[in-house]
Design a protein around this ligand. Structure first.
Ligand code: ZN
Length: 293
């Protein structure tokens, strides 16, 4: 099991190797078009919850991306409530700290939500928020049942060079707790005693009991879309649009509603049986726009 995970990790790193296009970085200027994603959402019936499956009231925690707070996730929060789920904000504050501390804060919130509702918690993480969700799912499969990544760099903590420069500045400015309970100062980090948050390590795959899916866009202006891919292709869903706009993207919303509904629906055995009948065809992918490679 451990060697299989290690192999998968090596494979995913091989596949995420820099290419000439990647070295130049994604086109960040495209991100101003997030407004179009938001307008499309407001004009879509999905926004009103029409044509998507109703939720079962289960709790869903939303986790924001790097340098942001829960505030910009309010649209998705309200939509989740409209379609029948019980949404929660992450409560982690500004997502600009040591990744260990951020994951610990997220764990506290998810633990509290689990205690309050008595139900396993699903998590939707945008960008670095998805990485935090993956780390938490790995550590606490007892309270997390599903994670959905929106433009999350799950293969490698890499992003547009300007974001990487800011991330480096943050890593060099905060205190990093160590596994032995001690703290690592920023100066120790600069001296080369790296904390995980200052490296590009990807988070290993959580246990199979946790349903996962990754939504990504080839037009992402901040994260190389190839870094958003799960090694199992059936878990990846291309939606198009901007990186910021993934939290407003009506195609993403439609897929999220289906993924959440699938997780509460038929047993795994029935899903496997159906998947067999469909001869490997993914019904959700059929909704996503097909884009040229
Ligand atoms: Zn750290």
């Amino acid at each position: 099991m451990v060697s299989a995970s290690a192999d998968a990790l090596k494979r995913s790193r091989r596949q995420a190797r820099p290419t000439p296009e990647r070295e130049s970085g994604p086109f960040i200027w495209r991100e101003v078009l997030w407004v179009l994603d938001w307008l499309s959402l407001r004009l879509s019936p999905v926004y009103l919850g029409l044509g998507v499956p109703r939720g079962d009231g289960s709790p869903v925690v939303l986790v924001p991306g790097f340098l942001t707070t829960d505030v910009y996730l309010a649209e998705m929060y309200l939509w989740l409530r409209r379609i029948g789920y019980t949404p929660y904000f992450s409560g982690i504050g500004i997502n600009a700290d040591c990744i260990h501390k951020l994951t610990k804060r997220l764990e506290k919130r998810v633990q509290a939500v689990h205690a309050e509702t008595g139900r396993p918690v699903r998590i939707i993480g945008h960008s670095l928020g998805g990485v935090l969700a993956r780390r938490l799912a790995l550590a606490r499969p007892d309270i997390v049942s599903q994670i959905i990544f929106l433009g999350a760099p799950i293969r490698s903590l890499e992003a547009h060079p300007s974001l990487m420069a800011t991330a480096k500045w943050v890593a060099n400015s905060v205190v990093h707790p160590q596994p032995d309970g001690s703290s690592q100062s920023p100066s120790a980090l600069l001296a080369g005693n790296d904390c995980e948050c200052a490296s590009d390590h990807c988070v290993p795959t959580p246990p199979p009991s946790i349903r996962r899916a990754s939504l990504y866009s080839r037009d992402d202006g901040m994260i190389d879309w190839r870094n958003c891919l799960e090694s199992d292709p059936s878990l990846n869903h291309e939606v198009g649009g901007t990186h910021i706009g993934l939290v407003f993207n009506p195609r993403a919303y439609r897929i999220v509603a289906k993924l959440l509904a699938q997780a509460k629906g038929p047993s795994r055995r029935r899903l496997a049986k159906r998947a067999g009948k469909r001869a490997g065809r993914n019904p959700i992918l059929a909704d996503a726009p097909r884009q040229a490679a």
